[in-house]
Design a protein around this ligand. Structure first.
Ligand code: KG4
Ligand code: ZN
Length: 337
């Protein structure tokens, strides 16, 4: 079954054709990051406008690269929640238009479910159940994935998402938006023990995260030093901050895997590209005898191949929508069956 996936939840306009949830026939991503960089973060109004301009060309290109036309497509899957509402609406309305014009089924896909599904593209043998740490710019969740469409959130951040904390810390170190990837790179040459940052935990909720105190600690440290006319070594700051965030992510993931009795541990979302996080979790899984899975780097960030992948399993479950489909800015990962 061939699914056309469409993604516009944040600042990438993307379309892809995926066969049977696992095989990517094409994967086109038009990033707006250069424009948002000027403002130090995503400007929602600009994002919506750029999606409107790009979406039909990107979809056309995805069909061409897959060597097919709309006639060869069996269903249309689209990210409908969560995300920037104006951005989501562009993809949802475009997908609805295509579904109406062609009479093909319309499949609504939850953004975090699709990030998890990015792993099905990279790891053909991966099947649920597994434990997944989803770490993106907007979310940090521990999810018990019992089946492709049966998921339960068992841990979450109480304040900032890990990606958001990385981006804000990176900005305070003078790096451009989105800073997470730059911070990760600069950290490679720094000393992770140069600075001691707090490792916040949430009392009474060992699987929950809190990153805002950690983010504020690094910002204050830099600010106080600059008021005294001092400059701190950025590689050491980056390495120490990255270690603190990754320590928290790894600690709770290990606790969640033990609690759920997971045999497989998976990471997903933009921050799953982080070098230290990948290495540390791989090591923990090896020590504990769990299988470890992560997406290829090109499927870590937002893309539509992952939408086509999850769309397939939503279709098999009968999770279809009609012309009443609407975008939704916030939605729990376990809302649909
Ligand atoms: O999943 P994603 O592409 O978009 C959302 O759904 O939010 O995640 C983007 C986030 C950004 O905060 C970005 O800085 C972060 O992922 N990110 C990283 C790395 N690559 C991307 N954070 C840390 N290390 C990286 N290598
Ligand atoms: Zn995302």
């Amino acid at each position: 079954m061939r699914i056309l996936g469409i993604e516009s939840s944040c600042d990438e306009t993307a379309a892809a054709v995926v066969e049977d949830g696992r095989q990517v026939l094409s994967n086109i991503v038009a990033s707006q990051v250069e424009e948002h960089k000027l403002y130090g973060g995503v400007v929602p109004e600009i994002a919506s406008r750029r999606h409107s301009e790009a979406i039909s060309g990107v979809t056309q290109q995805a069909l061409e690269e897959a060597g097919c036309t709309l006639d060869d497509i069996d269903a249309i899957a689209v990210t409908y929640a969560p995300g920037l509402i104006g951005a989501l609406l562009v993809g949802v309305n475009f997908a609805k238009g295509l579904a109406l014009a062609t009479g093909k089924p319309l499949i609504p896909v939850h953004h975090l479910r699709s990030h998890i599904a990015a792993n099905y593209l990279t790891n053909p043998d991966l099947t649920p159940p597994f434990l997944c740490l989803v770490v993106s710019g907007g979310h940090t969740h521990l999810i018990d994935v019992r089946d492709y469409t049966k998921l339960e959130m068992i841990g979450r951040t109480r304040d900032d998402a890990a990606g958001e904390a990385f981006d804000k810390a990176a900005r305070s170190m003078g790096m451009p938006y989105p800073g997470g990837v730059h911070l990760d790179e600069v950290a490679e040459s720094g000393n992770p023990d140069a600075f001691s940052f707090p490792h916040p935990s949430v009392s009474g909720a060992p699987l929950d995260f809190s990153f805002s105190g950690l983010k504020t600690a690094v910002i204050n440290l830099i600010h106080n030093a600059s008021q005294k006319g001092q400059t701190l070594p950025v590689p050491d700051l980056a390495a120490s901050f990255r270690k603190a965030v990754v320590d928290c992510l790894v600690q709770n993931t290990v606790a969640a895997a033990r609690k759920t009795g997971a045999e497989k541990v998976v990471i997903a979302g933009g921050v799953s590209a982080n070098r230290l996080l990948r290495a540390r979790l791989e090591e923990e899984c090896r020590k504990n005898g769990w299988e470890f899975f992560r997406p290829e780097l090109r499927y870590c960030g937002d893309n539509a191949a992952m939408v086509g992948a999850q769309g397939y399993y939503e279709f098999l479950r009968g999770n279809l929508a009609g012309m009443e489909l609407n975008a939704c800015a916030n939605m729990a990962v376990d809302t649909l069956k």
